[in-house]
Write a protein that binds this ligand. Structure first.
Ligand code: SF4
Ligand code: SF4
Length: 115
């Protein structure tokens, strides 16, 4: 599957919500809702699990739809935060504390863009 990297560095193409939406699979939606409800300690329903990825304008999972990093990246018209002149800003550093893999992905993109 083609890589879809969110502004913040999350890998949308590996995300449970994205995969359940692509497959239009309610069993997968239920499993993701259950896992995320436990993980994030909030009530997420299977019907909330619909997302076509951070870079799309179609359907977004609520949390990502209201994400400040996504909003900022869109305003700045960058491909993702790695191509922003302010990388990595404080907002992003705060997020990286809970998502170290996102930082690795964006650091890699940043490094390869300099070559
Ligand atoms: S934008 Fe959608 S696919 Fe990307 S991380 Fe968020 S929920 Fe997952
Ligand atoms: S200012 Fe920060 S959040 Fe906004 S696009 Fe640049 S790196 Fe991303």
């Amino acid at each position: 599957m083609k890589e879809i990297i969110a502004y913040c560095g999350l890998a949308c193409h590996e995300c449970g919500a994205f995969l359940a939406t692509q497959a239009d699979d309610d069993k997968k939606r239920r499993a993701v809702a259950e896992a995320w409800s436990k993980q994030f300690k909030i009530d997420i329903k299977p019907e909330d699990i619909n997302c076509t990825g951070c870079r799309s304008n179609e359907t977004l999972f609520h949390h990502c739809a209201v994400c400040e990093i996504r909003k900022c990246g869109r305003q700045k018209k960058v491909d993702n935060c790695a191509s922003c002149s302010e990388y990595a800003c404080d907002k992003l550093k705060e997020f990286f504390r809970v998502a170290p893999d996102a930082r690795k992905r964006l650091d890699k993109i940043k490094t390869s863009s300099k070559k």
